[in-house]
Design a binder for this molecule. Sequence first.
Ligand code: GLA
Length: 387
Amino acid sequence: MPEISDLRDAFARRFGIHPRLIVRAPGRVNLIGEHTDYNEGFVLPIAIDRATFVAARARPDRTVRVHSGQFDAEDSFSLDAIERSTEHPWSNYVRGVVKGLLARDLPIVGADLLIESDVPLGAGLSSSASLEVAVGYALQLLNNINLLGEELALLAQGAENSFVGMQCGIMDQFMAALGRAGHALLLDCRDLSYTPIPIPPDVRVVVCDSGVRHSLVGSEYNDRRAACQEAVRLLKVRMPRITALRDVSPEQLQANADLLSPEVLRRARHVVSEIWRTQTAAAALQSGDLARFGALMRQSHESLRDDYEVSVPEIDTLVELALHLPGCYGSRITGGGFGGSTVSMVRIGAVDEFTAALAEQYRARTGLEPRVLVCTPSEGVSRAAAY
Ligand code: GLA
């Protein structure tokens, strides 16, 4: 984790003055409920103890200057002309959020921002959502604006949808804003109501970054989303009242399978079954039935691999290796897919051996260097310091 005093000093060196405040917003890992958020279904993520930090100070003019420690680069733009940057793609998350605040007629002044993060990039842990939410929250505090966590999450999601061009759902931004220490949130992505579910003290959430990144993630993701919309459009012929796959039960999908092409049917089958699995898994977690929870994680992975087709061989290898190790209840791909990370639920006493063996066996099988993180469920966005 970046030291707060280092961030303050780095800001002072860069901008010649101390920051007014520093905020942090976490990344997330989803335990189950993948590709369900944009179908108005359920997800069950935790916010993690990896976060993006933004040190910030208001300016008397309408300029935003932003320095990224991760990219060692600086960008600057005017509040009066916010366009996409091709030179600094990382800055589009910042630009999109600022534009979103202005579009709501919120009174924003210019700012100096310094960004640091220990959320690994491209690992499926929502580094971008944590950046969006951290920037939005910092600007909110600097300008004395009162936004609810839900509003901040929606604004950040809107920035990513319309400014970055990724048609993501609400899960990642919601967790960056509203994650709860020690808990997963069962989030209903239709109305944003949620139930915090405690993570049992004798289990650890272990993330393993495969090191594989696919470059077409954004377009593949948008294709999956389009297939879900296509399924709804076709099913409406017989089920005119549905508005999302959330409204379709596994039995109804089966009975109307003839309306869909084989590919669209597979995509819809994943979503409809995953929504059911997520609700069932939340109940299992609540009652401490980790064996049942783990079995549902395994089914989720198979469905994402075979029906939704968002896994890759290296991730399948990680899941298979994890499931053979002692103390592992369940393991699956997590996040958008096409590379990224797996998540496993592991008995606390077995964690050290699990992480060592998983890394060693993955290295031996693939020649790739994995990165294993044992995650603590953490709070959503907060102020880390004020001066
Ligand atoms: C990405 C998106 C989320 C969600 C997941 C898949 O992380 O940003 O909104 O759709 O993929 O569950």
